[in-house]
Ligand binder design. Sequence first.
Ligand SMILES: Cc1cc2nc3c(=O)[nH]c(=O)nc-3n(C[C@H](O)[C@H](O)[C@H](O)COP(=O)(O)OP(=O)(O)OC[C@H]3O[C@@H](n4cnc5c(N)ncnc54)[C@H](O)[C@@H]3O)c2cc1C
Length: 297
Amino acid sequence: MFNFEAIYEAASVNHAVELLKEHPNAIIIAGGSDVLIKIREGRLSECELISIQTINELRGITIKEDATLCIGPIESFSHIAENTLIKQYISVLGDAALTVGGPQIRNIGTIGGNICNGATSADTASTLLAWDVVLELTGLGYVRYVPISEFYIHAGKTNIKNGEILTSILIHKNSYENYKGFYYKYSARNAMDISVCNCSVNVRLSSDKKAVEDVRAAYGAAGPVPLRAYKAENAIRGKKITLELIDEFADTAAKNLEPRSSYRASREFRIHILKELSKKCLKESICRCGGIINGTV
Ligand SMILES: Cc1cc2nc3c(=O)[nH]c(=O)nc-3n(C[C@H](O)[C@H](O)[C@H](O)COP(=O)(O)OP(=O)(O)OC[C@H]3O[C@@H](n4cnc5c(N)ncnc54)[C@H](O)[C@@H]3O)c2cc1C
């Protein structure tokens, strides 16, 4: 049923990258919720696997002295959703993690696997893009840092080089301090379903709560890779909050996204939904920041 050649269990990050050097065609397996399906379907048959599931260095959600949040890539969606640091500083990531699959998938699937599989629809990918996270990639004898905006190259292809693994997800203080956000996944069913499309927005308001000081908006299944809506962000940054501003944001975002037609939904339907999601996520983010939209909080 699961036709693979060998599995090596890495005891540390260093051991994992050494194993990757010895077995350059081997595939990293974390929770296995993507990899095992591909093996079962014959898409990765007779491969070698390197398991990183028991490497403690890759676990944990911590905060550094400079207030950078660090998420270990083999943390499960369930752990992320329950974690107190996530709830306190970047609760939207917990909200997104809770929309993944069902309880079994949330217990076994990892945030690192969700990023590294390169799927445009991945629920945590757009959310992490809207948090402007930095990814720590470790190879044999070196570590490099890649902003998530430079991580996705094209459909299913990421910036991880041969011999590297994702070792940490970093969210700097200036990316999350005073920001609040909202995530919405649009799918045909509420459980066990991949996004038709999704949207994650974070905003920071002016001190009088009347203007959008900064905004970051990211989308899943709105193009071949998770996408930011930079033009829409620029269109409203620094401006007074009005319903017209929210419409302008949603219109600009919809014009600059590139969804395709698939068996889940047509391109036209996705554009329509993405526009509505943009409005909803921006409005909810503003409300979570204590902002006022046309007299309503
Ligand atoms: C029934 C079902 C429902 C699902 N529903 C959803 C859903 O609603 N939303 C959603 O986003 N996803 C969903 N998924 C997809 C899947 O669960 C996620 O993508 C999950 O996060 C993958 O994590 P994993 O640890 O299981 O990855 P694995 O299968 O172990 O690995 C996935 C890929 O990432 C690579 N990889 C993993 N960790 C690292 C690392 N640290 N460094 C380098 N490469 C690494 C692997 O080599 C592989 O290419 C679903 C899957 C199933 C089976």
